[in-house]
Design a binder for this molecule. Structure first.
Ligand code: NAD
Length: 286
């Protein structure tokens, strides 16, 4: 197949969709259109110069798009694919930005019967605890990684085109299998978010929580920044990647229980073992 990219349609003009749209518009990747079910977000996108045009209907945008980027919450993927299907042209490339990939593949299979060769799932490993187009930042993906998870049946030119789109934002594009993606991200992103939410919630329930938070220093702030992330988005991620997340929680709980035991028994070698290994590992990747 051959593809030309003139028109990009971003569906879901929030933090990620808006940041991508803004970066692509500034780098003149193509003519950037967007559709969002929230017309205020869309209008704000025009006012802030994030997009070239707001589509008044999904159908209008889909009919003329060369690349469609789904930047909606992962739970909305299937409904959006269903809504765009009747209006798709043959060679339109579809990609997404969802934090989980197995459920996106299942959604595509359920809507199209099989994953179309022009559907190339993706996930930018960049973001923030903010939401909405007002927080859109064209530098968000610069020097960050973007994982794309093409299948064996994926069209190589479509894969290259999606990779090239992300490279326009300054991102480094990597390819990974769908299950491996969900396994790795459960460990590196989903578990830390769950720990941050749980820690802050546990402390907030304490009677003197105001006092505790007043004296929270840099370490606590660094560790818990992501607990300010969007609750609905994280609810969706937990359900979409449930099995891998439960594995990671079990794994972590085991480690925490061992550390608890070491502290209770004043087992210095065990405690120092954990802290020393963790320090070395952290210094290695920073
Ligand atoms: P956001 O809330 O800022 O934006 C989502 C937008 O989608 C909103 O404007 C909303 O109105 C719109 N929307 C929701 N359902 C819709 C529908 N059915 N049709 C049309 N528009 C719809 O959220 P975000 O942080 O930009 O997250 C979007 C996606 O990006 C999610 O799938 C998330 O997993 C992924 N992601 C987020 C981050 C992050 O740090 N926030 C990082 C990487 C990937």
């Amino acid at each position: 197949m051959s593809f030309s990219v003139n028109r990009v349609l971003v569906i879901g003009l929030g933090l990620i969709g808006g940041s991508l749209a803004k970066a692509l518009k500034n780098k003149r990747f193509g003519y950037i259109q967007a559709y969002d079910r929230d017309s205020e977000e869309l209008q704000q996108g025009v006012d802030l110069g994030v997009i070239d045009e707001a589509c008044s209907s999904l159908e209008d945008g889909v009919k003329t798009a060369d690349i469609i980027v789904l930047a909606v919450p992962v739970k909305a993927t299937e409904a959006v694919l269903k809504a765009i299907q009747p209006h798709l042209r043959e060679n339109t490339i579809i990609t997404d930005v969802g934090s989980t990939k197995g459920n996106v593949i299942s959604a595509a299979k359920s809507v199209f019967g099989q994953v179309p060769p022009t559907f190339i799932p993706g996930h930018p490993i960049a973001g923030s605890e903010k939401s909405g187009v007002a927080a859109a930042d064209e530098q968000l993906f610069y020097k960050h990684k973007v994982i794309i998870t093409p299948l064996e049946s994926s069209d190589p030119i479509a894969t290259q085109t999606v990779a090239r789109m992300w490279q326009f934002t300054g991102a480094e594009v990597l390819q990974m299998g769908v299950s491996r993606h969900d396994e790795v991200l459960a460990a590196t992103s989903h578990l830390p978010h769950i720990l941050a939410f749980s820690l802050v919630d546990t402390l907030a329930k304490e009677q003197d929580s105001t006092e505790i938070f007043r004296y929270a220093a840099g370490g606590f702030r660094d560790f818990t920044r992501i607990a300010a992330s969007d609750p609905t988005m994280w609810h969706d991620v937990c359900l979409a990647n449930k099995a891998e997340i439960l594995n990671q929680i079990d794994n972590f709980s085991q480690g925490l229980a061992q550390l608890r035991e070491a502290i209770e028994n004043e087992n210095t070698p065990a405690m120092l073992g954990v802290f020393t290994r963790a320090k070395a590992a952290r210094e290695h990747f920073s």
